[in-house]
Design a protein around this ligand. Structure first.
Ligand code: R5P
Length: 296
């Protein structure tokens, strides 16, 4: 390879720079501009023929703008002869990994296709929503886990005591098993039903005895906060003393914070895959450790 570079996208300034420093790559200068009508323009002046380029760009809201910035940069670099790896800390649209209701577009399949068309050779992401989402990629994709880093933070900050770790639904149970092993508590799984038309969430579980216990709800995403606030209310009804919430991707949209506080959630801990006031946990080491295994 003629050179190894890293391009920091506008959605991942801080995380991108950390990864750049830790990998010892040269920063690839770029300019991202948004015109008054909302169009995006990307400029990259360096010649990158035969170079290896990592682009770090998350795709939290504004989702489509962040995606377009990634597509434009990747397309230009691959056309200029670079081998492009997209590091997408939060991979948007992963939840729409199937046609839940007739006629729905499988969004993550389209995103995978567009990334490939833009010349991306491989993707590295963090805690992708599901294995189903990953299956839509016809080229290499790897999801690293932020769970050990979240668990370490919760332990070090002593946010809970002898906690019960709570998976709000079946999809979250694998991640929660790992989290509970690391914090040293047992795990329970609740049952979640989401109305596919209204988006409303209902969480149930019959035989829960939590008198005086601390609980940690661990999910991949907190978006509107519906899932975690429903789960927290149920846990308090069953006798929990303190409930905190951890997630990899703290999107925190539509008044999520107020919802969680109203449900009695004492702390909200997220990572820097998303830029938010809850991004306490850094995932750069998780990403860099994986890059070391694939970097020739
Ligand atoms: C869905 O299955 C995900 O794992 C999360 O539970 C969900 O995206 C959270 O969304 P919200 O905060 O809007 O309930």
């Amino acid at each position: 390879m003629a050179g190894k570079y890293l391009l920091v996208g506008p959605a991942s300034e801080e995380l991108g720079r950390k990864i750049c420093e830790k990998t010892g790559r040269e920063l690839l200068e770029s300019e991202f501009k948004v015109f008054p009508d909302g169009e995006t323009k990307v400029t990259i002046k360096k010649k990158v023929l035969d170079c290896d380029v990592l682009i770090v760009q998350s795709t939290y809201p504004p989702v489509d703008r962040h995606l377009i910035q990634l597509f434009f940069a990747a397309h230009y670099l691959s056309q200029e002869g670079a081998r492009v790896t997209a590091i997408i800390p939060y991979l948007a649209y992963s939840r729409q990994d199937k046609e839940f209701l007739p006629g729905e577009v499988v969004s993550i399949g389209v995103v995978a296709h567009l990334l490939r068309s833009a010349g991306v050779k491989r993707v590295v992401t963090v805690d992708i929503h599901s294995a189903e989402a990953m299956a839509h990629f016809s080229f290499p994709i790897f999801s690293v886990s932020a769970i050990p880093y979240l668990a370490t933070y919760v332990k070090e900050k002593k946010l809970v005591e002898n906690p019960i770790v709570v998976a709000p639904d079946f999809g979250a149970s694998k991640r929660n098993e790992v989290f509970s092993r690391l914090v040293g508590g047992e795990m329970i799984q609740l049952s979640k039903k989401r109305d596919r038309v209204t988006g409303e969430v209902k969480i149930v579980s019959s035989k829960l005895k939590l008198e005086g216990r601390d609980a940690v709800i661990v999910d991949d995403i907190i978006s509107t906060g519906g899932t975690v606030s429903e789960a927290a209310s149920l846990l308090y009804k069953k006798g929990a003393r303190n409930v905190i919430a951890c997630c990899t991707h703290p999107l925190m949209v539509e008044g999520a914070e107020e919802k969680l506080r109203a449900a009695g959630v004492k702390s909200i801990v997220g990572t820097n895959t998303v830029l938010s006031k809850y991004s306490f946990v850094d995932v750069s080491d998780a990403i860099v450790s994986h890059l070391r295994t694939i970097d020739e």
